[in-house]
Design a protein around this ligand. Structure first.
Ligand SMILES: Nc1nc2c(ncn2[C@@H]2O[C@H](COP(=O)(O)OP(=O)(O)OP(=O)(O)O)[C@@H](O)[C@H]2O)c(=O)[nH]1
Length: 401
């Protein structure tokens, strides 16, 4: 669960956006209930919805796992028998402790936390067309894309339409539907018996290729694999320097060539060396200038042609690195790079600090390309295998049970 906690913290912007949106949607048309009612005919409590929202599960908890579960479970457990069916006035026999903070219901924080025997108020709203439309808009706003948002909300409605649901229940259901979309694409980068396994890394400048290569190299090295890196973006000295820094961090050799020299020739030399050294893995960085697609296409095609002279099955993987902060733009990048190279899998970087994590759901739904890993920070260990359930829970602001 440690990684989940980290992912949740890192994805806070995405989850808080979805979460706050869902809270607002339920509160807007919902009403407080003191205990779970059976089915759609549940009678709303007489208290106005705005008076007391359900206990907020959204306070980020910096403490290490395990932590107490602040999110109400999808279905509220039967609450201890209430001594007073009316939740508004405090029970006369149990006066609230003195509370310096003004409290509209007069119960105080401690009173609310510890009032035994009183059912916690939960806001529920009937899942109808209006609510589904609002959820759909919220998903689109979190970069899930129109088609995917429609599909996810349609699935959400199935078996739930007309029922009264709390935010917690909606989050759980949404997380389930999102995980369902992501499940088929969550696959680690395949490792083949072929040595060296050649991994071509493509993506636009700044998407995080260099960082991802460094993180992957470090992980493979820790797993006992020998790795060689080729700095194939020979047109930018800064890019080569960055890669050297990452190679040093990972303890992996980085082959470079003079600025402006032919990347295909460097790739050929790197494969020759990797073969001679019996390396397990060769990772080839490439340029990402989309301004001149024809040039880039020719450059990538030439790299592939040339390395196939040494190994006709290479490259064994072509990883497309995408920057999550570009949102819907990531979709067009996949389309473009699939035309330029035979993309075999995706790595999504910068999922930390963006409210656009939903784009990963759209990518999975639209292209079905394997998502091998996600980047959640700039440090060497901030690359993680893609886990659909953890991702869906983090995105919707749900805690794992
Ligand atoms: N927050 C965050 N930043 C990241 C992540 N991955 C990469 N970055 C940052 O994104 C910036 C660009 O990353 P690079 O790895 O240099 O990207 P690149 O695709 O190699 O870019 P060029 O060298 O310009 O081709 C750097 O400042 C990285 O530290 C991530 O997962 N999270």
């Amino acid at each position: 669960m440690a990684f989940f906690s980290k992912l949740k913290d890192r994805l806070f912007k995405s989850s808080s956006k979805l979460e706050q949106g869902l809270d607002a949607i339920v509160e807007e048309g919902g009403a407080e209930e003191t205990a779970p009612k059976a089915g759609p005919a549940a009678r709303p409590a007489p208290v106005p919805a705005a008076a007391e929202p359900e206990p907020s599960p959204r306070i980020p908890d910096p403490r290490p796992q395990p932590e107490p579960d602040p999110v109400p479970p999808p279905a509220e457990p039967p609450t201890p028998m209430p001594t007073d069916p009316d939740p508004v006035p405090p029970p006369p026999e149990d006066p609230p402790p003195a509370d310096p903070v003004p409290d509209p219901q007069g119960k105080g924080l401690l009173g609310r936390l510890f009032s035994r025997g009183e059912a916690p108020a939960v806001v529920r709203r009937t899942l109808d067309d209006d609510m589904l439309e609002q959820i759909e808009e919220l998903l689109i706003a979190s970069d899930m894309g129109v088609e995917t948002a429609l599909r996810v909300t349609a699935n959400l409605a199935e078996g739930r339409f007309g029922k009264r649901l709390s935010t917690g229940e909606i989050k759980a259901a949404l997380a389930t539907e999102i995980a369902r979309v992501m499940e088929p694409v969550a696959r680690p980068m395949p490792i083949y018996p072929k040595r060296p396994q050649v991994v071509l890394v493509v993506g636009v400048n700044g998407s995080g290729k260099t960082t991802t290569i460094g993180k992957l190299a470090s992980q493979f090295k820790s797993a006992g694999k020998s790795v060689v890196i080729a700095a194939g973006d020979t047109f930018r000295a800064a890019a080569v320097e960055q890669l050297q820094i990452w190679g040093d961090r990972a303890g992996v050799p980085v082959l470079t060539a003079p600025e402006g020299s032919d990347p295909a020739s460097l790739a050929f030399d790197a494969l020759t060396r990797a073969q001679a050294e019996g390396a397990d893995l060769l990772m080839i960085d490439t340029a990402g200038r989309l301004q001149n697609r024809a040039d880039l296409m020719e450059e990538l095609a030439k790299i592939v042609r040339v390395i196939r002279k040494k190994d006709e099955s290479a490259p064994h993987n072509t990883l497309l690195v995408l920057d999550a902060t570009t949102g819907q733009n990531a979709l067009s990048q996949v389309e473009t790079f699939r035309k330029l190279a035979d993309v075999s899998g995706l790595v999504m970087t910068k999922l930390d600090g963006t409210a656009k994590g939903g784009v990963l759901v759209a990518l999975a739904d639209r292209f079905g390309l394997p998502i091998h890993a996600i980047g959640v920070g700039e440090q060497i260990d901030d690359l993680s295998p893609f886990d659909p359930e953890e991702f869906a829970a983090a995105l919707t602001g749900l805690d794992p049970s």
